[in-house]
Design a protein around this ligand. Structure first.
Ligand SMILES: [Ca+2]
Ligand SMILES: [Ca+2]
Ligand SMILES: [Ca+2]
Length: 284
């Protein structure tokens, strides 16, 4: 009986191999490398990131200098909505490296593939609704030992403090930096029901507010962008504000500054009770 079975298995395997060969030669002439020493002919029009590489990517953080000398590298790093990223890559003289950003599903977010050995690449991207980003760097050149250097640059917020009294627009804390973070407290029983932070702006600026309640949210903190009369500003007829609650402990608000507006106020409120918050404000 064995003599009869074996030829059946062999012919089945042969058919499977022939099918694979036909698929790979028919689909595309560009073959993505599966080993770090392989080369890639991808460019921005067809670069991809496989699930295998998404899972295998090395973890790092923004503002860290990365150095690598192989033909392919993939990193993943935490990011936040609204964050501005700029990849700054120094390319060695004998290679042509390219760079692309992906989300965790393998969707391409941004890409740069300027041609030429030794030509540096930069790539800018503003993070939209993801908490982690994948960065792929590759070269079509033959591998050598020359390394690229890459830093994912992002602006760093200046830490400010919650300086009382700052309880009205008239006594608002004047903030001169355009990107700040503050860990603040509110206590309506102790003459600190409100904190106002005043920022200078000009037409066309985009104000991005990331605010989080850092306690249990029981005292209901409110965040809003207002004018000097505490009137909440509107974006597309919607108020630029957020009420924190049990399931809405953080928010991102954006506002594009119209003509004739030179200052805005970020208003944090507790009603009533005590609360703690983290507030990040960026003006571009
Ligand atoms: Ca390039
Ligand atoms: Ca306060
Ligand atoms: Ca206050």
């Amino acid at each position: 009986m064995r003599k009869l079975i074996l030829p059946v298995i062999a012919s089945t395997m042969l058919a499977a191999c022939a099918g694979d060969d036909a698929d790979s030669s028919d689909s595309t002439t560009v073959v993505a490398p599966e080993s770090p020493d392989a080369t890639s002919l991808e460019d921005c029009s067809n670069v991809s990131l496989s699930t295998t590489r998404i899972n295998a990517a090395a973890r790092t953080t923004v503002n860290t200098e990365l150095t690598f000398d192989n033909a392919l590298a993939v990193w993943r790093m935490p990011v936040s909505t609204g964050q501005e990223l700029t990849a700054e890559m120094n390319v060695p003289a004998d290679k042509d490296y390219n760079i692309a950003f992906f989300d965790g599903s393998g969707n391409k977010l941004a890409c740069a593939d300027t041609e030429g050995n030794g030509v540096d690449e930069t790539l800018e991207y503003t993070v939209a609704s993801i908490s982690e980003i994948w960065v792929k760097v590759w070269t079509p050149a033959l591998p050598s030992r020359s390394a690229f250097t890459l830093t994912m640059v992002t602006p760093v917020a200046t830490e400010i403090t919650d300086d009382e009294p700052n309880d009205t627009p008239a006594t608002a804390q004047v903030v001169s930096e355009s990107f700040t973070t503050v860990d603040g407290t509110l206590d309506s029983g102790n003459s600190d029901a409100d904190d106002y932070y005043k920022y200078s702006v000009s037409e066309g600026d985009v104000v991005t507010i990331n605010a989080s309640a850092t306690d249990d949210g029981a005292s209901l903190i409110y965040v809003a962008l207002t004018d000097s009369d505490s009137t909440v500003l509107e974006q597309s007829s919607e108020p630029v504000s957020h009420y924190f609650g049990e399931n809405e402990m953080s928010t991102t608000l954006t506002y594009t500054v119209p003509a004739a507006t030179t200052e805005v106020y970020v208003w944090m409120a507790a009603t009533p009770g005590t609360g703690t918050y983290t507030l990040e404000v960026q003006i571009d």
